[in-house]
Design a protein around this ligand. Structure first.
Ligand SMILES: *Cc1c(COP(=O)(O)O)cnc(C)c1O
Length: 361
């Protein structure tokens, strides 16, 4: 079989080394004489694994001691309401910055639980620019400020951490977590579904400042309450043990390959390669996002004639370039370039794009 490159937006490609290690130890993990999938989460071996994974992540991302790390389920989507329930009182206001599909959804899903205020909205640009920071209407009395550092569908990314004063900043990092160094101390809470940059779907990473756990005073079931998850080491009920294990392998893979600074350099170069190819195509390919807002992780692009889309997709797949179809909300194409995508894959994509243009341009 010839080499394939998977540009899926999520669930997305995982590092081949991680998959090979998981394959090698799938039937018998370490000395437990069973698969890591088949052992109790409360047994010694898994407890030790979980502790080691948290320690590895803390070292990798420089997570301060006064932050809790949780490994949950339900995806980022479940956190949209839960973070409101846990970080705000019922009628309290919370500021939302809208920069694309996901931040909009986060605000709508939080609305039944908190007084959602739209502090900024870049909708009028068709989500091709970020809302200018100077125009954000932030309220110092808000419970938190929510934003989405990387918009997976529209392909926008904030180039740095917005300054929001003393109100805790809450960030949906689903599609850019661990793609570059992160200063956790700038955030009240960071959360991410695993299936883009960490591992398989079904696992959600949450990093939350400890003092914020005391904010959840409204009545709610234990399973909704972050403080209870934290007190129980993310083992309130049966966790996604296999996903947790795979996330651990990915953290080690990142560390082995130079850590977050090395990921950032690789990711910068990959994105630069693809945007340069798009911009040099004389309009045959087009990415509509303002240069300063372009995502390093998700690159939507459109062909000059949408009638060529079907042919582009069929031929790219033939060439081993998988899952380039754009999100149904936007159409066109999208290439996701998470940590697991090597430069070689992007080089293969731009070579194909150039060849396709030569034949059809
Ligand atoms: C993929 C994604 C989500 C949704 O994640 P689920 O795990 O499917 O709930 C939310 N936010 C962002 C930024 C995403 O990229």
């Amino acid at each position: 079989m010839s080499r394939t490159w998977n540009f899926a937006a999520g669930p997305a490609a995982m590092p081949e080394e991680v998959l090979r290690q998981a394959q090698a130890e799938l039937l018998e993990w370490r000395d437990v004489r069973a698969s890591v999938m088949e052992i109790s989460h409360r047994g010694k071996a898994f407890m030790a694994l979980a502790a080691g994974i948290e320690a590895d992540l803390r070292a990798l991302a420089g997570i301060p001691d006064h932050y809790k790390v949780l490994f949950l389920q339900g995806g980022a989507t479940l956190q949209f309401p839960l973070l409101a329930m846990n970080l705000a009182a019922p009628a309290q206001r919370a500021d939302y910055v809208l920069s694309g599909h996901w931040s909009d959804k986060a605000a709508r899903e939080a609305a039944p639980y908190v007084d959602v205020r739209i502090a900024a909205d870049a909708r009028d640009s068709g989500y091709t620019t970020l809302p200018p920071h100077a125009q954000w209407q932030l309220d110092p009395g808000s419970a938190y400020v929510h934003y989405t550092p990387n918009e997976t569908i529209h392909g926008l990314e904030f180039p740095d951490v917005p300054e929001v004063g003393a109100v805790p900043l809450v960030a949906d990092f689903s599609s850019s977590i661990l793609s570059a160094p992160i200063d956790i101390s700038r955030y009240g809470m960071v959360y991410a579904g695993a299936q883009k940059n960490i591992g398989p779907s079904g696992l959600t990473l949450l990093i939350v400042r400890e003092d914020l756990l005391a904010r959840a005073t409204r009545p709610m079931a234990t399973i909704f309450r972050y403080a209870d998850h934290a007190a129980q080491g993310s083992m309130l009920n049966t966790p996604n043990t296999f996903g947790w294990y795979l996330a651990g392998l990915t953290f080690r893979w990142i560390a082995r390959h130079g850590g977050l600074a090395a990921m950032a350099a690789r990711n910068r170069r990959k994105a630069d390669t693809l945007y340069a190819a798009i911009d040099a195509s004389g309009g045959f390919y087009r990415n509509p996002v303002a240069a300063a807002a372009r995502s390093r992780m998700n690159v939507p692009f459109f062909l000059v004639d949408a009638a060529l889309d079907g042919r582009f997709l069929a031929e790219s797949e033939q060439a081993g370039l998988l899952a380039l179809k754009g999100h149904r909300a936007l159409g066109g194409m999208r290439a996701s370039l998470y940590n697991a995508m090597p430069q070689e894959g992007v080089d293969a994509l731009v070579a194909f794009m150039s060849d396709f243009q030569r034949r059809h341009g």
